[in-house]
Structures are given as structure tokens and as C-alpha cells.
Design a protein around this ligand. Sequence first.
Ligand SMILES: [Zn+2]
Length: 280
Amino acid sequence: MRASKITSSPAPPPMDWSMLLIDAVSKPGAISEAYRRFWNYSTGNQLLAMFECMRRKITPGPIHTFQGWKKLGRHVKKGEKAMTLCMPVTVKRKANAKSSDVDDRIDAPAASYTRFLYKAHWFVLAQTEGEEYQPADLPEWQEERALSSLDIERIGFEHPNGNCQGFALRRQVAVSPIAFAPHRTLFHELAHVVLGHTDELERMDDDDVTPTNLREVEAECVALICCASLNLGGHEFSRGYIQHWLIGATIPEKSAHRIFRAADQILKAGHPAQGSLDQA
Ligand SMILES: [Zn+2]
């Protein structure tokens, strides 16, 4: 898709990412179900698709575009309504761009930013008919593969504080050998790195630093999504931790975006190489 075309259609997002996150956090069963069904889509879209199927009482299943189903020898049944998913599109910023051109950028590198386009383009298996569908296997998530593709090193744990479950420093993470839920801690620490928190602390530039409570909420939401997706358990403790740090506040929209993106990066990094079906 060309940048010029994208810039000319600034449709307002029809949905609220922080509400989607709150829904997901309160229903971890939906997260694992969404991941199992829609793993080859981004995390946000997995949940969008899952909740949309629930709302419209459609059996959740693989998703493709109209053309995608055609290529698989199936066609969309008459009268079926398409589902709306979000397509992240990376747009190169022009050197002379005005600030109003980059309002919707989400902490992307200076030379590019991400725009989110909502398109009603997708249909679930149950909305189609034709040749028998051959499901693809759920890819295995491997820690070693994730660490190497994220360029993060797991180091030994040395910490005098017995209550500390793990830590992240620059691009290194460590998990206590006596961590209460080691997977959850690993994902929490990976999230701190992927979310850029360790970089922020390194720079010691107060203006740019995410407040501690928000850092913890963001990292733990990522841990919850990853653990629930991979069925590793522990999300009931994540919920308590998130509530403790939120102190009655809600998750800002920008944080919700960052959370979905980081969870997605960590989950995809552990899969054998392949792209998301919804990436433009
Ligand atoms: Zn933390």
C-alpha cells in the first residue's frame, strides 16, 4: 500500500484499545482461545476477531480475506458480513512533515511511524464454504529463538533482594532461580526491554521516562497476554499485580497499543520465521 493513499484516509479508529485490553485481561480464557485460533495475526487483531466472533455468535476459526479464501478453494457465503481488523502500516515520515502529520505515531523510530487502518476485509472459516480446509499447525514458541530474534541475552541471576523475581538491564534479563512463576517473570522482564523501559532508564532523561507504575502495568500486561496465549498459567497473579500498580486508574490508550505490540513482538519472535497475515 502506498503512503500517499494512506495519508489521505485518516479514518478515526472505531475501537478503543484500552477497553479491548481490559476485556482481555479480565478474560484470560479468551486470550488463549484467540491465540490458538488466530496466532498468525497480531495480538490485538486476535482479540478483536475473538470478541467479534463471540458478539456475532460465529464459531471462531481461521480468518482470511475474500481473495484469501478464494485461493484456498472456498468462497464467502451469501449475506455474510466481513469482520473489521486493524492493519498496522509503517509509513516513512517525510523530512519536512508538519507535526499534524504524525499525530498518530506510536513511539516509532524518527524516520517512520505506524498508522492503523481499520478495514472490514476478513471472514472466518464458518462464513465460507467450498473445499475442505487444511488447518495449519500452531507453531511452537521457543525461548531460545525468541531471545535471539529479539537480541536479548538471558543472564544468571544475582540480586541481594530475596523478594526480587527478576530484572532487566539494557538488553539483558535475569529470572530468580526461586521465582514464583518463572515464565511470567521472564515475559515481564522481556517486556521491559521490548517496551524500551531499560533504554529510558539508561538515558536518565526525566522527560522521556514512563512513570514507574505505568512501566510495571505495561510489562505485566504483556506477561499476562504471553502467558495466557501460551497457556502457561499465572495470569490470576498478573491481574492482582496490574491492579496494585494501576491504583484505580485506567490504562492509557497509548500504553494499550504499546502492550499489544510488545506482546506480539515477543510471541512472534519465538515462532519459526513467518510474517503476520495482517501486516501490510
Ligand atoms: Zn517490572
